[in-house]
Structures are given as C-alpha cells and as structure tokens.
Design a protein around this ligand. Structure first.
Ligand code: PGA
Length: 254
C-alpha cells in the first residue's frame, strides 16, 4: 500500500516558542501512526534541528525543509544545501511550491536540479505542481501539470522517481479558502498517476503518493483523503492550528 501522508507547510510563520507550543498540542495527542501513514512538518530553516529532535523519536513523524539549493556548496549567500539538511538528519524537502515559483521565479528546469540534489543526498523531495486559475478556467490543467512533471521529474530513472512524493496544489485553492472539490482533486490525481504510468509503468505509478494541497482543513480532509488517488494532503493555514491539524492527521485512511 502506498504511503498516506499529512504534511504541514508552516511557510514563514511562527516564532520558536510558538512552534514548540504547536508541536506540544499536536504531538501531545499521541496519535500513533500505522505503517503506511506519515506525518511531516515542513518548518522554517532555523527550527529544523529543534523540531527534528522532537519528531525523530516518533514512529513515522518527520521534520522537513521547505526548500533547498540547486547547488552543491560554495559562495551562494543565504542558500541551504541538501548536504546541510542531510547532516542534521532531515529526510524530506518541499520543492517547487507555487509561492517559490511565483515570488522567487523558480522554473521547471531549476526545480529539476533541486530534485536531483535531494535524491542524490537520499532526501525525499515533496514535489509541488499545480495550475493557476486562468489555466483551470481554460481547462488546460492537465497539459500544464504534465509539462511540470515532464520538465522537472521525467529525467529521473524509475528507481529515482519512486522516491518522490508529489503534491498537487492548484494555485487558485492555496490560502484562498477555495478548495478543489474532492471530485476535481480525484480527477486530476488520476490523470497525474496515469501520466506517470505512461512514462514509468503502472507499478511505479501505483506506488507514488500524490498529496492534495489547497485549503485542506479538518472539515474537508476526510472527503478529500477518501478519494482513491488522493494520498493525503499538504496543508498550509490549517496546519498552524493544533486541533485542525490533529483532525487532518486522523483523517488519513487507516
Ligand atoms: P493552504 O496552503 O492549506 O493554506 O491553502 C497549502 C500550501 O500552500 O501548501
């Protein structure tokens, strides 16, 4: 069975005391995860070590970075390499979030380099894709997402892409309160899986977790996560609220 994942994306939020308090609230629930379930907290860089200490001991709980450099090391002021993440035992990194694509001009080609860096360091990329509203309104979402996959992931071997987690996040649903309906999510997730199957075969495609992101909350998580091709969520706003994210974890299929 492929992994079912509740991933929190804290973005640029919370002070360190607030971050600890939020983890107190969530981890204090002692939700034990089954073998196929994972909970991942993508936290700001300065908190990685401390948050990782708290999740490290817990089965199937992880702390992730929200970004990494496309370069190995050297004179790149302000950047964080995968080697640095590896050295503090961070096992996952979010790559290609739409906010990075939009505000920091990250292209599919650059993201392919970041994916290579992460895989080379044994770190799982949580690769984000998804279309803006204008593309959805013109019904061009499948082509748009297929191009993102092609240009950032399809140079990988089958063994390598098997290590990637995909997060489909329609930009029009991020932070807007406007969620894709569970049917809309299922339809495009099935398309993504078929697209991967077309390139790598059905077995590889069947084993890749595809998360949905965009205004996931306690109230819609069960409905979204019960779709056959939706393997959990990448959650922004609701991941900052202890009881919301706890309910989202509990919504992961057993
Ligand atoms: P949101 O963000 O849940 O606040 O819509 C999701 C994301 O950007 O990963």
């Amino acid at each position: 069975m492929r992994k079912k994942i509740a991933a929190a994306n804290w973005k640029m939020n919370l002070t360190l005391p607030q971050a600890h308090q939020l983890l107190d609230e969530i981890l204090g629930q002692n939700i034990s995860l089954e073998k196929h379930q994972e909970v991942i907290f993508a936290v700001p860089f300065p908190y990685l070590t401390e948050m990782n200490k708290r999740t490290f001991e817990l089965k199937n709980y992880y702390t992730a970075a929200q970004n990494c450099s496309d370069k190995k090391s050297g004179a790149y002021t302000g950047e964080t390499s995968v080697e640095m993440l590896q050295s503090i035992h961070v096992a996952h990194v979010v790559i290609g979030h739409s906010e990075r694509r939009e505000y920091y001009h990250e292209t599919n080609e650059l993201l392919a380099q970041k994916v290579n860096m992460a895989i080379g360091a044994g770190i799982t990329p949580i690769f984000c894709c998804g279309e803006p509203l204008s593309i959805r309104e013109a019904e061009g979402q499948n082509e748009f997402v297929a191009k993102q996959l092609l240009e950032s992931l399809y140079h990988l071997t089958a063994d390598e892409i098997a290590k990637v987690v995909i997060a489909y996040e329609p930009i029009w649903a991020i932070g807007t309160g406007k969620t894709a309906s569970s049917q809309q999510a299922q339809t495009i997730h099935a398309f993504i899986r078929e697209n991967i199957a077309g390139k790598y075969g059905a077995e590889v495609a069947d084993n890749i977790s595809i998360l949905y992101g965009g205004s996931v909350k306690a109230a819609n998580a069960v409905d979204l996560f019960s779709q056959p091709d939706v393997d959990g969520g990448l959650v922004g706003g609701a991941s900052l609220v202890g009881n919301e994210f706890t309910a989202i974890i509990k919504a992961l299929p057993a």
